[in-house]
Design a protein around this ligand. Structure first.
Ligand code: NDP
Length: 246
């Protein structure tokens, strides 16, 4: 029996937007890619088909990342395939822009729950299974370092937490040959932030390259970070924002 050379990646929030582009890119790179989503069954099924038609393998799991039991079951299932995990991409997240006094408490709680708590717990669940050379990539936001507009206090705080978490965790993982990094996108055209949406024109006028980024551009940076040649990059926050914060 030949030992399996299958490499497996798990992407949270992979049904749409940046996550979906990361799923496709890692599949193209040769990974079997498991991904989670909340409710977009149709989009998730279509992505599985698209990856299969391109000769790859993607596996969709409906699992709310804020429910740690649900996520633990996903990790268990993914790991049982090849006895380990090679890449975790914590992408699921999002939020609302609003002045703090106008921001409902439930919305504050939900941003902290998905952007911070779920990311910490998915990382905690994955670490014991990561194989030598394993990689964790978090999707933070340029808003950790630069907001530019009124209304980003809580969202930016959650992404700042991702940056600090990434930095400190790098020291813990390095002895095992694992890296963890934080990709900080600026405005990227997705359902959550459409370039033709109400804020599109204002945002575009503040981006040096005068356009939104595409999910595939973010996926390309993730693709680099998970390679063996990126072994010296760890604990870093890498901004990809078209000069939005320049
Ligand atoms: P989208 O809203 O377009 O997609 C979000 C994805 O995450 C969907 O697949 C969604 O599933 C999934 N998801 C949401 N909540 C959960 C949950 N609780 N459990 C599991 N899956 C979940 O977002 P984007 O692609 O725009 O953003 C992705 C990441 O990039 C986020 O962390 C965001 O903060 C960050 N980011 C985005 C920027 C942008 O301009 N777009 C800029 C900077 C950072 P479903 O389809 O089922 O709803």
């Amino acid at each position: 029996i030949m030992p399996s050379t299958e490499r497996i990646a798990l992407v949270t929030g992979g049904s749409r937007g940046i996550g979906a582009a990361i799923v496709q890119r890692l599949a193209t790179d040769g990974y079997t890619v498991a991904f989670t989503y909340m409710s977009s069954h149709t989009a998730a099924d279509a992505l599985v088909d698209t990856v299969r038609d391109a000769g790859g393998t993607a596996i969709a799991y409906q699992a709310d990342g804020t429910k740690e039991e649900a996520f633990a079951a996903v990790v268990e299932s993914v790991v049982s395939r090849v006895g380990g995990l090679d890449v975790l991409v914590n992408n699921a997240g999002g939020g609302t822009w609003s002045e703090l006094t106008e921001l409902p408490v439930a919305e504050i709680d939900s941003m902290i729950a998905i952007n911070v708590r779920a990311l910490v717990l998915s990382t905690r669940a994955a670490i014991p299974h990561l194989r030598q050379g394993g990689r964790i990539v978090n999707i933070g936001s340029v808003n950790a370092d630069y907001t530019g507009f009124v209304g980003g206090s809580v969202y930016s705080m959650t992404k700042g937490a991702v940056a600090s978490f990434t930095k400190a965790l790098a020291r813990e993982l390095a002895p095992r040959g694992l890296t963890v990094n934080n990709v900080q996108p600026g405005p990227v055209h997705t359902d959550a932030n459409p370039s033709d949406g109400p804020a599109g024109g204002t945002l575009r006028s503040r981006i040096a390259v005068e356009r939104f980024g595409s999910p595939t551009e973010v996926a390309a940076l993730v693709s680099y970070l998970v390679t063996p040649e990126a072994a010296f990059v760890t604990g870093s926050s890498l901004t990809i924002d078209g000069g939005f914060s320049a």
